[in-house]
Design a protein around this ligand. Structure first.
Ligand code: MOS
Length: 733
């Protein structure tokens, strides 16, 4: 099915099942420990040996020599694979550095060997007996230094919003120079780690030349392709299985070393092999959100109308990598006739930078929305009003392009009302509660809505059970549930009457989980398959397809009513389809999601301890398929945004080129006790341009702008403007 224009009313619009706060289908399996994660498929791959991945101990240089003798002789060791014995390996489409290094080393903890043994302890002990001599080379690890000579670089890949290296509209320099009120400020965000709960893990099993991987991955088809490419085998010889994924946040978009090392280890040991990256390995071995340096200039007239806006971002990555697209929201969020956005990319020899939840917008808004707060103060305007005054209903770079839906103003106004914003004292440092300084902050949330083609298969058996199969993943987002709701709505059966099977590359290729496109795109694929199923059912029953209704487990047309199961009496039915989108669709109208974040903080006047007291998000993100699951996503994003504002910081060792705090003791993230009260409101909205589902993504919108709202609240509380994240107490001095 091709979607290239609004379809008007369709069966989904009945909203008898869609739009209801249905409990997560996978919830009971997760809370009872019976949902198997990658490392736990012991029954599927019995007798698996354990692989332990050895990471390079230098960041850049060569392996001069590697001595495996002692490790090979260690108890239980079955095989050791290094670049010398792995055979020819290619780099995957989605990896910047090779997943098995040697003799060249591209970054710290790049995998250089996998040791396979009968037990995990034996593999680890043997790995510690490997002796490696390195010839260390000089690396580039200092972003600020490297940016001094870094070239402009655009990006159109991955799941971030595309942005060219430089974009100009009007005459920014002239307009900024003559603006009566202006700001020129630079903000920095540090490297961030996904630190998802389930580590990167894979069990690999070969049967002849057929490879099966039970793995933790967000994008099954990308993964299947990259495993095949890396190992130099045909794609159809690879099967990926990931029914449950314990978080990803972008860290599992792409195949990482756990999968490749498990496959190589299993081939060498002639046994299934399971590999989980240890937490320290995962932080330096896999990807992270790159640090940024962002300069923002805004000029406005005295009424608060922006006349000039520039956002220039710099980030770094390994050779061949891409920039963090931190300017993308600035291209679309506010009006202003004279505009400039640009990105610079420095070469760094740190581990690979890549997508992390709302790549681009998450760090970009941490800068832009503080700059907006600073401008509002200079103008003597309320920060909500300043944003409202500069709202735009069209793409400010291409004014003949409208937003398909844009309720940013309502998000901000409703949020202000609900939060009690009018009680905020605009004078910083003026509200006290005992020894605590109290402040409120606001920020806009913005994230684009990307459409990805997605396929599914729907089956109806003689008992009337509907089964949906797609390689879509549920990374903790509620995919099982919204897909069941979609099929239930389309075929008129209860949610419990739908069996959903996900995360297997033998199923039709879905959109996968990334870029907050998963919810709308994967259910749209299920919608397409269900439309085909409805036709088949109508045909079997001899119904007129134009007026047939599927309600309450029955099929109705005219004055005839037949149980749905009847249609499968003569044999089970199966329907498969893919939802595709015309290129023009996203060009004609800009599809984005919006929100307003409101935060109240308390900063201890004596110790500088910062506590978040309450958070509110008001979101406009198309039709909300399941408010309960969507709320989960948004509060998760808000919590992650709070971490980005106050805690999270991968500390770079600029001498040796690695992230020092490579575990959960050193890399701090918020816990429940850090966030006492969170509220999420969704505006009633349906976007007919997004798909027949009329839904959009929320999984990334939740994090967008939160960091700035916290920072602005901290400023309101203390009068100290911190422009270098995270806002730790030392920065109040
Ligand atoms: Mo993407 S950073 O996995 O949502």
């Amino acid at each position: 099915m091709k979607f290239d224009a609004p379809t008007g009313n369709n069966p989904i619009d009945r909203m008898t099942v869609i739009g209801k706060p249905t409990d997560r289908i996978d919830g009971k399996y997760k809370t009872t420990g019976t949902a198997p994660y990658a490392f736990e498929h012991n029954d599927d791959a019995p007798n698996a040996a354990y692989g332990y991945v050895v990471g390079a101990a230098i960041a850049k240089g060569r392996i001069a020599s590697i001595d495996l003798a002692a490790a090979k002789a260690a108890p239980g060791v079955l095989a050791i694979v290094t670049a010398d014995t792995a055979g020819k390996l290619a780099k995957g489409n989605f990896n910047t550095a090779k997943l098995l290094g040697g003799p060249e080393v591209d970054h710290y903890h790049q995998a250089i060997a996998v040791v396979v043994a009968d037990t995990f302890e034996q593999a680890r002990a043997a790995a510690n007996l490997i002796r490696v001599d390195y010839a260390r080379a000089k690396g580039r690890y200092d972003l600020a230094e490297a940016l001094k000579t870094a070239p402009l670089k655009g990006d159109s890949s991955g799941e971030g919003s595309a942005a060219p290296p430089i974009d100009k509209v009007g005459d920014f320099a002239g307009a900024f120079a003559s603006a009566p009120v202006k700001l020129d400020a630079t903000y920095t965000t540090p490297d961030h780690s996904h630190v998802m709960m389930e580590p990167h893990a894979t069990i690999a099993s070969w049967e002849g030349d057929q490879l099966t991987l039970w793995t933790a991955n967000q994008m099954i088809d990308w993964g299947k392709g990259d495993v095949a490419k890396t190992l130099g085998i045909p794609k159809e010889k690879v099967r990926l299985i990931a029914p449950y994924v314990g978080g990803g946040f972008g860290g599992k978009l792409f195949v990482r070393s756990d999968a490749i090392m498990a496959a190589l280890g299993a081939r060498a040991a002639k046994r299934p092999v399971k590999v989980a990256l240890t937490r320290p390995m995962s932080i330096n071995n896999t990807t992270h959100r790159p640090a940024t340096v962002q300069r923002i200039r805004i000029g406005a007239d005295r009424t608060g109308k922006i006349t000039a806006i520039a956002h220039e971002s710099g980030s770094g990555d390994l050779p061949g990598g891409g920039p963090e697209t931190a300017v993308s929201q600035t291209k679309l969020l506010y009006a202003g006739a004279n505009r400039l956005t640009s990105m610079r990319l420095a070469v760094l020899d740190l581990p690979e930078g890549n997508a992390m939840r709302a790549p681009g917008e998450a760090p970009g808004l941490m800068a832009l929305e503080v700059a907006m707060d600073e401008m509002a103060e200079k103008l003597g305007m309320d920060p909500v009003e300043f944003r409202v005054v500069n709202d735009t209903q069209v793409d400010p770079e291409k004014p003949d392009r409208k937003f398909s839906q844009r309720q940013l103003v309502k998000c901000l106004r409703d949020g202000a009302e609900r939060f009690g914003w009018s009680a905020r004292n605009a004078k910083p440092g003026s509200v006290r509660d005992g020894q605590w300084l109290i402040g409120m902050g606001v920020a806009a949330a913005f994230r684009n809505n990307l459409l990805m083609k997605s396929a599914a298969r729907v089956r109806l058996d003689q008992a009337g059970v509907v089964t949906v199969e797609t390689d879509m993943t549920d990374i903790g987002t509620g995919t099982y549930t919204i897909i069941a709701q979609t099929a239930a709505e389309m075929l008129g059966v209860p949610v419990e009457g739908v069996v959903v099977k996900l995360g297997d590359s033998s199923f039709p290729v879905s959109a996968g989980s990334g870029g907050q496109w998963g919810g709308n795109s994967s259910t749209a694929g299920v919608y397409a398959a269900c439309m085909k199923m409805r036709e088949q059912v109508a045909q079997r029953l001899g119904f007129n397809a134009t007026d047939v209704e599927f309600v309450g487990g029955q099929v109705r047309s005219g004055n005839r009513t037949v149980a749905l199961a009847e249609a499968a009496k003569a044999g089970a039915l199966s329907a498969e389809d893919v939802m595709e989108y015309g290129d023009e669709l996203q060009k004609q109208q800009q599809q984005s999601t919006f929100g307003g974040h409101f935060v109240e903080v308390a900063v201890n006047a004596y110790t500088g301890e910062t506590r978040i007291r309450r958070m509110l998000a008001v979101c406009a993100a198309g039709r909300i398929l399941n408010p309960k699951a969507a709320r989960n996503q948004v509060i998760g994003g808000m919590t992650m945004g709070a971490g980005a504002a106050l805690m999270e910081d991968l500390a770079v060792d600029k001498r040796f080129g690695f992230f020092v705090n490579h575990d959960l003791a050193g890399y701090e993230v918020p816990v429940h006790a850090d966030i006492p009260h969170q509220e999420v409101i969704f505006l009633d909205e349906a976007d007919p341009m997004s798909s027949p589902m009329k839904a959009k993504g929320v999984g990334e919108l939740g994090i967008c702008g939160v960091g700035a709202a916290v920072a602005n609240a901290v400023y309101n509380a203390t009068g100290v403007r911190v422009r270098e994240y995270p806002i730790t107490l030392d920065k109040y001095l």
